[in-house]
Design a protein around this ligand. Structure first.
Ligand SMILES: CC(C)(COP(=O)(O)OP(=O)(O)OC[C@H]1O[C@@H](n2cnc3c(N)ncnc32)[C@H](O)[C@@H]1OP(=O)(O)O)[C@@H](O)C(=O)NCCC(=O)NCCS
Length: 347
């Protein structure tokens, strides 16, 4: 191929000379936001045939937050982003890239990331949405790390944000008790003399796409009066199969991340898992032989917030002192797709 290039064409590949040694991808600020309105298990007892006892024992959830009618995913994302930026001491103009992980974008296009970019004045940033369901934030961390390590970008803003209440079938007791709204964000930068994100692993099994999906609204099934009558624009789930796959995938993902960093589970101070179900998390912890006291939990307050779950957990774990400088934490997630992911962070 090279021989066929005209001899007088000079070009530069800006990445060819890069030295990645000594470069880190550090989380320099985190923030989260949840809407004010609480929907308790008692409230749900008034809406569908369920009970606080059933929900609590099967899932660990006591309440979840619900965004107001005029509050959209981009609004939740913007609130979380502003908090993370303030902690990191960066302004909109410092940000090179905005990634929003979401399955509930404000609209199919333009991306929610573009709306957030405008809200926070990130005038120099590229912006895109990432769709990997609950695993989106960890997928986004891995992508951000590639950009920062390769010196393509200095500052990346990664957000997980969801208004899941907009795709919940409030007549379906199998799903409506599980989910809630919220957002979390992290600012990532190279930071000398630091460790940061040691690794992030991503995985997927499209053969299990049918376990958890929203069938309507895409090119396969655009909105029609039939699709509305058949309630295809709501989230659907095979709970039992999702449960089994979730335990296997989260366990495997955590082991893979530890193996990559040559770490033993006893060296991990805190696991921050995707808050899908207390029983899933307990089963994974048991398989890892890891004490539940060291697993960060907030599912009782928010339910499953999909892409927002990990960054909300990250922020709350940090604020409550569960993460200290020098310690190592593991993040783990599973979501629709199926997708899964894990990450190791040294603070
Ligand atoms: C949804 C889930 C909590 C159900 O728990 P489960 O142990 O599988 O449920 P069980 O088999 O004990 O109970 C099923 C029964 O409860 C009923 N049920 C379902 N939701 C209910 C509710 N909110 N209240 C009361 N009863 C309910 C079902 O209709 C079923 O009744 P039937 O036996 O008469 O048909 C569980 O399967 C789960 O957590 N799955 C994974 C979900 C998840 O995390 N998804 C997101 C992944 S990112």
């Amino acid at each position: 191929m090279t021989d066929s290039l005209p001899k007088d064409v000079a070009f530069v590949n800006p990445r060819a000379e890069h030295d990645f040694k000594g470069r880190t991808c550090s989380i320099v600020g985190v923030g989260s936001y949840v809407p004010e309105r609480r929907l308790t298990n008692a409230d749900l007892e008034e809406m569908v045939e369920t009970s606080d006892e059933w929900i609590t024992t099967r899932t660990g959830i006591k309440e979840r937050r619900i965004a107001s009618d005029d509050q959209f995913t981009s609004d939740l994302a913007t609130e979380a982003a502003r908090k993370a930026m303030s902690k990191a001491g960066v302004t909109g103009g410092d940000i090179d890239l905005v990634i929003v992980a979401t399955i509930t974008p404000d609209m199919p296009f333009p991306s929610t990331a573009c709306l957030v970019q405008h809200n926070i004045g990130a005038v120099n940033a590229a912006a895109f949405d990432l769709e990997a369901a609950c695993s989106g934030f960890i997928y986004a961390l891995e992508i951000a790390q590639q950009f920062i390590m390769s010196r393509t970008y200095d500052t990346v803003l990664v957000i997980g944000a969801e208004k899941l209440s907009s795709i919940i079938d409030w007549k379906d007791r199998n799903t409506c008790v599980l989910f809630g709204d919220g957002a979390g964000a992290a600012v990532l930068q190279n930071r000398e003399q630091s460790h940061g994100l040691l690794t992030a692993c991503m995985g997927a099994d499209g053969g299990k796409a049918g376990l958890l999906s929203m069938p309507g609204g895409g090119s396969r099934c655009p909105a029609t009066s039939d699709s509305l009558d058949n309630r295809l624009h709501y989230l659907r789930m095979d709970g039992k199969e999702t449960y089994k796959s979730a335990v296997t995938a989260m366990h495997r993902a955590a082991l893979k991340a530890l193996e990559r960093c040559q770490l033993d589970i006893t060296q991990i101070k805190c696991i921050i898992p995707h808050q899908a179900n207390l029983r899933i998390i307990s089963a994974v912890a048991a398989r890892l032989n890891y004490p539940m006291e060291k697993v960060f939990m907030n599912i009782h307050k928010y339910g499953n917030t999909s892409g927002a779950s990990i960054p909300i957990g990250l922020n709350e774990a940090k604020r409550s002192g569960r993460i200290q400088p020098g310690e190592t934490s593991v993040l783990g997630v599973v979501g629709a797709g199926l997708t899964w992911g894990s990450a190791v962070i040294k603070w």
